[in-house]
Design a protein around this ligand. Structure first.
Ligand SMILES: [Zn+2]
Length: 296
Protein backbone atom coordinates (compact mmCIF):
# COMPACT_ATOMS: atom_id res chain seq x y z
CA UNK A 1 0.00 0.00 0.00
CA UNK A 2 2.78 2.40 0.98
CA UNK A 3 4.53 1.52 -2.26
CA UNK A 4 1.40 2.24 -4.27
CA UNK A 5 0.88 5.61 -2.63
CA UNK A 6 4.47 6.52 -3.36
CA UNK A 7 4.07 5.44 -6.97
CA UNK A 8 0.89 7.45 -7.40
CA UNK A 9 2.57 10.47 -5.87
CA UNK A 10 5.53 10.09 -8.23
CA UNK A 11 3.24 9.85 -11.26
CA UNK A 12 1.19 12.82 -10.10
CA UNK A 13 4.24 15.01 -9.66
CA UNK A 14 5.48 13.96 -13.10
CA UNK A 15 2.18 15.05 -14.60
CA UNK A 16 2.32 18.37 -12.80
CA UNK A 17 5.83 19.19 -14.03
CA UNK A 18 5.08 17.88 -17.49
CA UNK A 19 1.87 19.81 -18.14
CA UNK A 20 3.14 23.40 -17.86
CA UNK A 21 6.20 25.31 -16.85
CA UNK A 22 6.53 25.58 -13.10
CA UNK A 23 9.19 28.17 -13.77
CA UNK A 24 11.34 28.77 -16.83
CA UNK A 25 14.94 28.04 -15.94
CA UNK A 26 17.15 30.77 -17.39
CA UNK A 27 20.93 30.51 -17.38
CA UNK A 28 22.93 33.56 -18.43
CA UNK A 29 26.64 33.82 -19.03
CA UNK A 30 26.93 37.34 -17.53
CA UNK A 31 25.01 38.48 -14.43
CA UNK A 32 23.49 41.49 -16.22
CA UNK A 33 21.31 39.48 -18.59
CA UNK A 34 20.27 37.37 -15.58
CA UNK A 35 19.18 40.51 -13.73
CA UNK A 36 17.25 41.81 -16.75
CA UNK A 37 15.61 38.40 -17.27
CA UNK A 38 14.54 38.41 -13.60
CA UNK A 39 12.99 41.87 -14.04
CA UNK A 40 11.15 40.70 -17.17
CA UNK A 41 10.10 37.27 -15.92
CA UNK A 42 9.49 37.89 -12.21
CA UNK A 43 8.28 34.76 -10.42
CA UNK A 44 7.79 32.93 -13.73
CA UNK A 45 11.54 32.48 -14.10
CA UNK A 46 14.46 31.15 -12.12
CA UNK A 47 17.75 32.74 -13.16
CA UNK A 48 21.41 32.04 -12.62
CA UNK A 49 24.63 33.27 -14.20
CA UNK A 50 28.03 31.78 -14.77
CA UNK A 51 30.47 34.70 -14.92
CA UNK A 52 31.32 36.31 -11.59
CA UNK A 53 30.91 40.10 -11.70
CA UNK A 54 34.56 40.70 -10.88
CA UNK A 55 35.84 38.18 -13.39
CA UNK A 56 37.06 38.81 -16.95
CA UNK A 57 34.14 37.45 -19.02
CA UNK A 58 36.52 36.47 -21.83
CA UNK A 59 38.26 33.98 -19.56
CA UNK A 60 36.13 31.91 -17.22
CA UNK A 61 37.09 28.74 -15.37
CA UNK A 62 34.48 26.12 -16.16
CA UNK A 63 32.92 24.73 -12.99
CA UNK A 64 31.21 21.28 -13.11
CA UNK A 65 28.04 22.91 -11.71
CA UNK A 66 27.76 24.95 -14.94
CA UNK A 67 27.16 21.76 -16.94
CA UNK A 68 24.42 20.71 -14.53
CA UNK A 69 22.77 24.17 -14.72
CA UNK A 70 22.94 24.08 -18.52
CA UNK A 71 21.53 20.56 -18.58
CA UNK A 72 18.45 21.77 -16.67
CA UNK A 73 18.05 25.10 -18.51
CA UNK A 74 15.10 26.14 -20.70
CA UNK A 75 16.78 29.33 -21.91
CA UNK A 76 20.43 30.26 -22.28
CA UNK A 77 21.40 33.93 -22.63
CA UNK A 78 24.81 34.68 -24.12
CA UNK A 79 26.58 37.93 -25.05
CA UNK A 80 27.87 36.41 -28.27
CA UNK A 81 30.32 38.21 -30.58
CA UNK A 82 32.85 35.63 -29.32
CA UNK A 83 32.86 36.97 -25.73
CA UNK A 84 32.34 33.41 -24.44
CA UNK A 85 34.16 31.67 -27.32
CA UNK A 86 37.04 30.58 -25.09
CA UNK A 87 35.00 28.67 -22.52
CA UNK A 88 31.33 28.14 -23.32
CA UNK A 89 31.34 25.70 -26.30
CA UNK A 90 32.65 22.64 -24.39
CA UNK A 91 30.19 23.31 -21.54
CA UNK A 92 27.31 23.57 -23.97
CA UNK A 93 28.33 20.31 -25.63
CA UNK A 94 28.70 18.61 -22.24
CA UNK A 95 25.27 19.80 -21.11
CA UNK A 96 23.50 17.46 -23.58
CA UNK A 97 20.46 19.73 -23.69
CA UNK A 98 19.00 20.15 -27.19
CA UNK A 99 16.72 22.98 -25.99
CA UNK A 100 19.59 25.44 -25.54
CA UNK A 101 21.88 24.58 -28.43
CA UNK A 102 22.68 27.32 -30.98
CA UNK A 103 19.71 27.77 -33.30
CA UNK A 104 17.16 26.38 -30.82
CA UNK A 105 14.51 28.69 -29.25
CA UNK A 106 16.27 28.24 -25.90
CA UNK A 107 19.49 29.84 -27.17
CA UNK A 108 19.41 33.63 -27.23
CA UNK A 109 22.50 35.46 -28.48
CA UNK A 110 21.77 38.94 -27.13
CA UNK A 111 24.19 40.57 -29.60
CA UNK A 112 21.55 39.89 -32.28
CA UNK A 113 19.33 42.41 -30.44
CA UNK A 114 21.71 45.39 -30.54
CA UNK A 115 23.55 47.48 -33.16
CA UNK A 116 27.13 46.17 -32.90
CA UNK A 117 30.17 48.48 -32.85
CA UNK A 118 33.71 48.04 -34.14
CA UNK A 119 32.81 45.21 -36.50
CA UNK A 120 35.13 46.49 -39.22
CA UNK A 121 38.67 45.28 -39.89
CA UNK A 122 38.99 42.25 -37.63
CA UNK A 123 42.58 41.45 -36.85
CA UNK A 124 42.77 37.83 -35.75
CA UNK A 125 46.46 37.55 -36.61
CA UNK A 126 47.61 39.44 -33.52
CA UNK A 127 45.45 37.65 -30.99
CA UNK A 128 42.66 40.26 -31.02
CA UNK A 129 39.87 38.80 -28.85
CA UNK A 130 37.22 41.04 -30.48
CA UNK A 131 37.45 39.62 -34.00
CA UNK A 132 33.73 39.84 -34.73
CA UNK A 133 33.18 43.33 -33.29
CA UNK A 134 33.07 44.66 -29.74
CA UNK A 135 31.04 42.37 -27.42
CA UNK A 136 30.86 44.73 -24.37
CA UNK A 137 27.54 46.30 -25.35
CA UNK A 138 25.34 46.01 -22.24
CA UNK A 139 26.71 49.14 -20.49
CA UNK A 140 24.79 51.26 -23.02
CA UNK A 141 21.32 51.46 -21.41
CA UNK A 142 19.71 51.81 -24.85
CA UNK A 143 20.91 48.24 -25.36
CA UNK A 144 19.44 47.34 -21.95
CA UNK A 145 16.04 48.27 -23.39
CA UNK A 146 16.63 46.16 -26.50
CA UNK A 147 17.86 43.19 -24.46
CA UNK A 148 14.82 43.31 -22.13
CA UNK A 149 12.42 43.32 -25.07
CA UNK A 150 14.34 40.52 -26.79
CA UNK A 151 14.37 38.35 -23.67
CA UNK A 152 10.61 38.92 -23.21
CA UNK A 153 9.91 37.83 -26.79
CA UNK A 154 11.92 34.66 -26.32
CA UNK A 155 10.26 33.85 -22.97
CA UNK A 156 6.86 34.30 -24.65
CA UNK A 157 7.90 31.80 -27.30
CA UNK A 158 9.12 29.23 -24.76
CA UNK A 159 6.26 29.73 -22.28
CA UNK A 160 3.28 31.15 -24.24
CA UNK A 161 0.88 30.60 -21.33
CA UNK A 162 2.59 33.48 -19.49
CA UNK A 163 3.11 35.75 -22.51
CA UNK A 164 1.13 38.63 -20.98
CA UNK A 165 3.25 38.55 -17.82
CA UNK A 166 6.49 38.75 -19.82
CA UNK A 167 5.11 41.58 -21.94
CA UNK A 168 4.14 43.50 -18.79
CA UNK A 169 7.45 42.73 -17.08
CA UNK A 170 9.42 44.04 -20.04
CA UNK A 171 7.27 47.15 -20.28
CA UNK A 172 7.71 48.10 -16.64
CA UNK A 173 11.47 47.45 -16.82
CA UNK A 174 11.77 49.60 -19.96
CA UNK A 175 9.69 52.41 -18.44
CA UNK A 176 11.87 52.38 -15.32
CA UNK A 177 15.11 52.27 -17.35
CA UNK A 178 14.03 55.06 -19.68
CA UNK A 179 13.20 57.19 -16.65
CA UNK A 180 16.69 56.60 -15.30
CA UNK A 181 18.23 57.31 -18.71
CA UNK A 182 16.64 60.77 -18.79
CA UNK A 183 18.02 61.41 -15.29
CA UNK A 184 21.50 60.17 -16.25
CA UNK A 185 21.57 62.32 -19.38
CA UNK A 186 20.97 65.38 -17.18
CA UNK A 187 23.92 64.41 -14.99
CA UNK A 188 26.09 63.83 -18.07
CA UNK A 189 25.09 66.96 -19.99
CA UNK A 190 27.68 69.30 -18.40
CA UNK A 191 30.57 66.82 -18.86
CA UNK A 192 29.91 65.56 -22.40
CA UNK A 193 32.94 65.50 -24.67
CA UNK A 194 35.32 64.48 -21.88
CA UNK A 195 38.24 62.39 -23.08
CA UNK A 196 39.12 59.08 -21.51
CA UNK A 197 41.67 56.34 -21.97
CA UNK A 198 40.59 52.80 -21.14
CA UNK A 199 42.52 49.66 -20.24
CA UNK A 200 40.53 47.13 -22.28
CA UNK A 201 38.28 48.17 -25.16
CA UNK A 202 35.12 47.43 -23.18
CA UNK A 203 33.67 50.93 -22.67
CA UNK A 204 32.94 52.13 -26.19
CA UNK A 205 29.17 51.49 -26.04
CA UNK A 206 28.81 53.34 -22.75
CA UNK A 207 31.03 56.20 -23.96
CA UNK A 208 29.06 56.47 -27.19
CA UNK A 209 25.79 56.81 -25.27
CA UNK A 210 27.31 59.17 -22.67
CA UNK A 211 28.91 61.39 -25.31
CA UNK A 212 32.48 60.84 -24.15
CA UNK A 213 35.53 60.42 -26.39
CA UNK A 214 37.85 57.42 -26.18
CA UNK A 215 41.37 58.78 -26.74
CA UNK A 216 43.16 55.41 -26.52
CA UNK A 217 43.43 51.97 -24.97
CA UNK A 218 46.20 50.69 -22.72
CA UNK A 219 46.06 47.28 -24.38
CA UNK A 220 47.57 47.64 -27.87
CA UNK A 221 44.90 45.18 -29.13
CA UNK A 222 41.98 43.72 -27.17
CA UNK A 223 43.41 40.89 -25.08
CA UNK A 224 47.07 41.84 -25.59
CA UNK A 225 48.49 43.04 -22.24
CA UNK A 226 49.85 46.60 -22.26
CA UNK A 227 53.58 46.99 -22.64
CA UNK A 228 55.57 49.87 -21.21
CA UNK A 229 56.60 51.07 -24.69
CA UNK A 230 52.98 51.22 -25.88
CA UNK A 231 52.00 53.12 -22.73
CA UNK A 232 54.85 55.58 -23.24
CA UNK A 233 53.64 56.13 -26.79
CA UNK A 234 50.09 56.65 -25.57
CA UNK A 235 51.30 59.23 -23.03
CA UNK A 236 53.00 61.12 -25.86
CA UNK A 237 50.02 60.83 -28.20
CA UNK A 238 47.51 62.11 -25.69
CA UNK A 239 49.71 64.87 -24.27
CA UNK A 240 47.90 68.19 -24.07
CA UNK A 241 44.57 66.60 -25.01
CA UNK A 242 43.21 66.90 -21.50
CA UNK A 243 42.45 63.24 -20.90
CA UNK A 244 40.30 63.32 -17.81
CA UNK A 245 40.02 59.66 -16.79
CA UNK A 246 41.84 56.37 -17.10
CA UNK A 247 39.08 53.73 -16.82
CA UNK A 248 39.36 50.01 -16.15
CA UNK A 249 37.68 47.00 -14.55
CA UNK A 250 38.88 45.62 -11.22
CA UNK A 251 40.22 42.40 -12.75
CA UNK A 252 43.02 44.21 -14.62
CA UNK A 253 46.26 45.22 -12.94
CA UNK A 254 46.57 48.92 -12.08
CA UNK A 255 50.33 49.49 -12.26
CA UNK A 256 50.52 50.78 -15.84
CA UNK A 257 47.13 52.48 -15.52
CA UNK A 258 48.47 54.43 -12.56
CA UNK A 259 51.57 55.34 -14.52
CA UNK A 260 49.50 56.57 -17.44
CA UNK A 261 47.12 58.50 -15.19
CA UNK A 262 50.01 60.20 -13.41
CA UNK A 263 51.81 61.22 -16.59
CA UNK A 264 48.62 62.31 -18.35
CA UNK A 265 47.22 64.19 -15.36
CA UNK A 266 44.19 61.91 -15.48
CA UNK A 267 42.29 60.20 -12.67
CA UNK A 268 42.23 56.41 -12.50
CA UNK A 269 38.70 55.02 -12.16
CA UNK A 270 38.18 51.32 -11.40
CA UNK A 271 34.53 50.78 -12.31
CA UNK A 272 32.01 47.92 -12.43
CA UNK A 273 30.81 46.59 -15.79
CA UNK A 274 28.72 43.71 -14.44
CA UNK A 275 25.94 43.41 -11.85
CA UNK A 276 27.42 42.59 -8.46
CA UNK A 277 30.77 44.34 -8.95
CA UNK A 278 31.64 47.44 -6.93
CA UNK A 279 28.73 47.06 -4.51
CA UNK A 280 26.06 47.08 -7.24
CA UNK A 281 22.93 44.94 -6.94
CA UNK A 282 21.31 45.33 -10.34
CA UNK A 283 21.93 46.20 -13.97
CA UNK A 284 20.60 49.71 -13.33
CA UNK A 285 22.99 50.08 -10.38
CA UNK A 286 25.93 49.36 -12.68
CA UNK A 287 25.02 52.08 -15.17
CA UNK A 288 24.28 54.45 -12.30
CA UNK A 289 27.69 53.79 -10.73
CA UNK A 290 29.51 54.45 -14.01
CA UNK A 291 27.51 57.62 -14.76
CA UNK A 292 28.16 59.06 -11.31
CA UNK A 293 31.88 58.24 -11.39
CA UNK A 294 32.57 59.82 -14.78
CA UNK A 295 30.53 62.96 -14.14
CA UNK A 296 32.24 64.07 -10.92
ZN1 LIG B 1 36.75 42.35 -24.54
Amino acid sequence: MKKLVFLLFAVASLLVTGSAFATVRVVSTIPDFADIAKSVGGDKVEVSSMVRPTQDPHFVDAKPSFVLDLNQADLLLVAGMELEAGWLPPLLAGARNAKIQRGAPGYLDCSTLIPPMEVEAPDRSQGDIHPGGNPHYWTDPRNGVRIARGIAKRLEQIDPANAAAYEAGAQSFVTMLEGRMAEWQKILAPVKGRKVVVYHDSWIYFLDWAGFVQAGTLEPKPGIPPRADHVAQLIQQTQGQGVKYMIQESFYPTQLSNLFAQKAGAQLLVLPTMTGAGGTHSYVDVIDAIVRAVSK
